[in-house]
Design a protein around this ligand. Structure first.
Ligand SMILES: CC(C)(COP(=O)(O)OP(=O)(O)OC[C@H]1O[C@@H](n2cnc3c(N)ncnc32)[C@H](O)[C@@H]1OP(=O)(O)O)[C@@H](O)C(=O)NCCC(=O)NCCS
Length: 221
């Protein structure tokens, strides 16, 4: 996230791309980009096109949504949504990322995912997860680039247009959960430095403990 500050090319002094938190005014642009992803049949099991009103319901005041803009137009979005209703999972969110067709393969996905990760950390989330079709090379590469781990493959997870599809589960720890894991693995490699089996492993949950949690919405895969 760069706070909406545009970056400039040295050569043309043109705004290249900027990212910011989405607002309900972005719902129509987000729906248009999401519907391209649905039509492509390469990103999601969803087949029903979404309306701007459908997208408005994504804004729950808890889970961040970010957009990327170029020349004042929204060209990509990345969104989070509740993972489960159980309180213990309040800091875990599902995510999805979609770039408008004509802007793919130009680094936009990476920028918007980095913005989403920053926004999710600011919101107090401790993990993002999703699933990608095993054939979705662009998504798998992008997610590896921004620090996601491939957990494993769900075989025949659902059918798209009548055909069974396998999906790769991906996850990325955020904020204190990520740095805590790195510290604990360092300590585990130094047996005299403490960090034994009784060391608490759970991050402090500060997110979503006193608010009504929204229903989980599956917009990714
Ligand atoms: C997947 C998607 C979000 C990636 O965004 P993008 O802007 O096209 O990707 P970027 O240009 O930021 O590239 C990120 C990385 O993926 C690689 N990549 C991009 N397109 C690729 C492709 N078609 N095949 C293989 N790798 C690809 C890039 O080379 C880059 O890796 P590198 O840093 O090692 O060079 C975008 O292509 C998209 O919206 N696709 C349709 C919707 C979708 O699949 N969403 C994901 C649902 S899980």
């Amino acid at each position: 996230m760069d706070g909406g500050r545009p970056r400039w090319t040295a050569a043309r002094l043109q705004p290249v791309m900027s990212t910011r938190l989405a607002t309900p005014a972005d719902a129509a642009a987000i729906a248009r980009i999401y519907n391209e992803g649905i039509e492509d049949r390469s990103a999601t099991f969803e087949t029903r096109p979404r309306t701007p009103d459908d997208v408005l319901a994504w804004f729950d005041g808890i889970h961040p949504i970010v957009v990327a803009e170029r020349d004042g137009a929204v060209i990509a979005f990345a969104e989070t949504t509740a993972y489960r209703q159980r309180e213990c999972y309040a800091g875990v969110a599902e995510f999805g990322v979609y770039v408008a067709r004509e802007h793919r393969g130009q680094g936009v996905g990476r920028e918007v995912m980095e913005a989403l990760i920053a926004a999710a950390e600011s919101a107090g989330l401790w993990k993002l997860l999703s699933r990608a079709f095993v054939e979705n090379a662009a998504s798998r590469r992008l997610l590896a680039r921004v620090g996601f781990r491939e957990v494993g493959v769900y075989r025949r997870h659902a059918r798209l247009d009548g055909r069974w599809r396998d999906v790769v589960i991906v996850e990325r720890l955020l904020g204190g959960a990520a740095s805590g894991e790195a510290r604990e693995s360092r300590e585990a490699r130094r047996p005299t430095a403490g960090g034994g089996p009784d060391t608490p492993r759970e991050p402090h949950a500060t997110h979503g403990t006193s608010r009504t949690r929204p229903k989980a919405r599956r917009s990714s895969t």
